[in-house]
Design a protein around this ligand. Structure first.
Ligand SMILES: Cc1cc2nc3c(=O)[nH]c(=O)nc-3n(C[C@H](O)[C@H](O)[C@H](O)COP(=O)(O)OP(=O)(O)OC[C@H]3O[C@@H](n4cnc5c(N)ncnc54)[C@H](O)[C@@H]3O)c2cc1C
Length: 379
């Protein structure tokens, strides 16, 4: 390719796709994804949950700034609703009964703007919502209506379609191998050939530090953490309207997923970036937690998988121009909330890349871009 793009985005997960969409033809853009399929890594392995609560203040603000887009996306973005009501049942055993009450009080006094109230449930009411909960295990519960399933694939494809319609070129199977900068532009060697661009956006998820090093930067300590999920068949129950269920300290959670029940032991094991797979022990934990708090038996695990949740040291996203190297932009460390915050994250990144104002929908939450700057890690 002899063309010099304004921007090359490395990474075709939800984050790279969201900024490609948000740039909306204001710059010439190429998106480089090492895999043949977009969203193959973390994006394709999430629990697909959008929840208004249980976040740090900043992630709560990013979430609030993303609600409107997900509820009413632009015309032509998608044929189906991106959010489907799910609800979230928080449960505790006898040992954590008082702890659940405390969490309830804290969350109730911090109800996010536009959110509904959470409500305490009796054990009988909890079992009405999830009939296979074990009444001898559950000692306390409350219900959070502000939890939805996200149609992740439709969201991803919506971003990509919109970006392509604005002229973005998408190269799949194009792994970035090395790069050098001369005369104000990067020459990027990929497995699909050479690409040239003035600015590179590092949206490489678990590989963010690895990709930064390819461009001559120092790593910022952005570490992928493995999380496991299994799914089991629960043939005797209609799962379609069942809420997600979370142990009060997220020791585990489970939710309906494509007609089966998905369970995660909420593991968070630091790993090197790789195509994540589940460890036997974590699969066993997932099955154990489910059988402990319900009357279900797990005789067969229908499917198991693992993905990477990638965190910076302060567990906040890293979004902004590098102060180390010209023409390098960080867009990484979206932890366990990269799907649900992608509309706001994409818009913040696009504003910084085009030197324009952060959109009102973000600033109205009290959020500015400084909190995300890589400079906080010397980056
Ligand atoms: C089990 C699990 C449950 C989760 N549940 C939720 C949830 O309910 N809600 C929520 O909002 N979030 C959830 N998350 C988190 C969410 O999935 C992530 O925050 C999000 O997917 C991160 O997106 P990304 O684009 O940064 O990363 P990725 O989707 O991993 O994309 C990064 C891409 O960069 C590419 N890449 C890397 N190196 C190169 C290279 N050298 N050249 C070219 N391409 C490269 C990779 O192939 C990859 O496709 C969950 C995650 C997991 C694992």
């Amino acid at each position: 390719m002899s063309e010099i793009f304004d921007i090359a985005i490395v990474g075709g997960g939800i984050v790279g796709a969201s900024v490609a969409h948000a740039l909306a033809g204001r710059r010439s853009v190429v998106l480089l994804e090492q895999e043949e399929a977009l969203g193959y890594h973390s994006t394709g392995r999430s629990a697909a949950e959008f929840t208004r609560r249980f976040h740090s203040d900043v992630v709560g603000q990013l979430t609030t700034a993303s609600v409107e887009f997900l509820q009413t996306p632009p015309d032509g973005f998608t044929d189906i609703d991106l959010l489907r009501p799910r609800g979230n049942l928080m449960i505790a055993d006898m040992e954590k009964k008082e702890r659940l009450k405390k969490v309830f009080e804290t969350e109730r006094s911090n109800t996010p703007k536009g959110a509904n109230q959470i409500e305490t449930l009796s054990v009988a009411q909890a079992i009405e919502k999830v009939p296979f909960l074990d009444e001898t295990w559950v000692a306390a519960a409350f219900y959070d209506p502000d939890c939805w399933d996200v149609e992740v694939e439709n969201l991803l494809q919506g971003y990509i379609r919109s970006a392509k319609n604005s002229g973005t070129q998408v190269m799949q199977g194009a792994s970035v191998i090395c790069a050098h900068r001369e005369n104000g532009a990067w020459t990027i060697d990929t497995t699909k050939g050479v690409v040239r661009a003035k600015i590179v956006v590092n949206a490489a998820g678990g590989w963010a530090d690895t990709v930064a090093e390819l461009f001559g930067l120092e790593a910022l300590g952005i570490i992928p953490h493995r999380r496991t999920a299994i799914s089991v068949k629960v043939p005797d129950f209609d799962l379609s309207h069942m809420p997600e269920v979370n142990e009060i300290d997220e020791v585990f959670y489970f939710k309906p997923d494509a007609g089966q029940l998905m369970i995660s032991p909420a593991d968070e094991t630091p790993v090197d970036p790789h195509d994540a797979w589940p460890e036997e022990l974590d699969i066993a934990y997932a099955a154990h937690y489910l059988t402990e708090c319900t009357t279900l038996e797990v005789k067969h695990v229908a499917h198991s998988w693992a993905g990477l949740r990638t965190f910076a040291k302060d567990r906040l996203p890293v979004i902004g121009h590098s102060s180390q190297v010209e023409g390098f932009f960080w867009l990484a460390a979206l932890g366990g909330y990269g799907i649900q915050t992608s509309p706001a994250v994409g818009q913040i990144a696009a504003a910084l890349l085009t030197d324009t104002s952060i959109p009102d929908v973000v600033t109205q939450t009290g959020l500015g871009a400084d909190v995300f700057s890589p400079k906080r890690f010397g980056g």
